[in-house]
Design a binder for this molecule. Structure first.
Ligand code: NAI
Length: 286
């Protein structure tokens, strides 16, 4: 049987989540995605209308099949956590069962088990503010959406993950080096995500034989990155200064994720793997 993968954080065909889904599909995995509730309609209708068909193309010429799209809001663990105003919000009231616990329950009912969990989502409402000007709420929202969301997804999915399974998240070097502009507590959230990768690798490894790794990716012009506002500058900086002077493609990150999720990486867990044209290794720009 092929592996079954759930990729949380796919809302269009521009981001890392989409590229990871494609690389996993090309390697023979069955693809389930979790799509943020407010973006569900546009994603599903674009998919249905064939808007993504060009980017669904796999190396063998076939089109990636997404077996099922689940609405998801990873900042809520169960229905009791959802505030009334969100429940009443039109964009949310149109779908149901989108808290983490309910999504995992649905996947369990639909398919029984999972092999690969991918977390490709982040959100920081105050990302454009320096940390010194970030509010407590903004900081906690960044950590909730970008770090605890992974803890919660793994916590709920791991009981139905097959031994030998793997999980992967996406992080950014702003966790360990100063990247001015990556504010609002997002740098803190990525530091938490990387630390949690180690602790969860131990816990999920001992208890469930599941591996936990994170990819520290270089800059990509995704929807989320464009919202931060400095993405073109970061891409230019990387092209100018990295050991490999080419633009990073989402596919390169997708392929690294497929490797990490595969038995080829059976001894790799608790790792931060750089997929960034080597930029992390530079001490000064030249
Ligand atoms: P993206 O916009 O394709 O992906 C972010 C996704 O998160 C979107 O689909 C959005 O709908 C979803 N999302 C936001 N809040 C959510 C919530 N509460 N529940 C469920 N889904 C939610 O952008 P990108 O850049 O591909 O981001 C994927 C991951 O890659 C993120 O963790 C990001 O921090 C990371 N990354 C991105 C880099 C870049 O330059 N684009 C560099 C390094 C890491």
């Amino acid at each position: 049987r092929g592996k079954r993968a759930f990729i949380a954080g796919v809302s269009d065909d521009n981001g890392y989540g989409w590229a990871i889904a494609k690389s996993l599909a090309a390697a023979g995995a069955e693809i389930l995605v979790g799509t943020w509730v407010p973006t569900l309609n546009i994603f599903e209708s674009s998919l249905r209308r064939g808007k993504f068909d060009e980017s669904r193309k796999l190396p063998d010429g076939s089109l990636m099949e997404i077996t099922k799209v689940y609405p998801l809001d990873a900042v809520y663990d169960n229905p009791e956590d959802v505030p009334e105003d969100v429940k009443a919000n039109k964009r949310y009231s149109g779908s149901s069962n989108w808290t983490v616990q309910e999504v995992v329950e649905a996947v369990k009912q639909d398919f029984g088990s999972l092999d690969i969990l991918v977390h490709s989502l982040a959100n920081g409402p105050e990302v454009s503010k320096p940390l010194l000007e970030t509010s407590r709420n903004g900081y906690l929202a960044a950590v909730s959406a970008s770090s605890y969301s992974f803890v919660s997804l793994l916590k709920h999915f791991v009981p139905i993950m097959n031994p030998g399974g793997a999980s992967i998240s996406l992080t950014y070097i702003a966790s360990e080096r100063i990247i001015p502009g990556y504010g609002g507590g997002m740098s803190s959230a990525k530091a938490a995500l990387e630390s949690d990768t180690r602790v969860l690798a131990f816990e999920a490894g001992r208890k469930h034989k599941v591996r936990v790794n994170t990819i520290s990716a270089g800059p990509l012009r995704s929807r989320a990155a464009k919202a931060i506002g400095f993405i073109d500058m970061m891409i230019d900086y990387s092209s100018a200064n990295a050991p490999l002077q080419k633009e990073l493609s989402a596919e390169e990150v997708g392929n690294a994720a497929a490797f990490l999720a595969s038995p080829l990486a059976s001894a790799i867990t608790g790792a931060v793997v750089y997929v960034d044209n080597g930029l992390n290794a530079m001490g000064v720009g030249v």
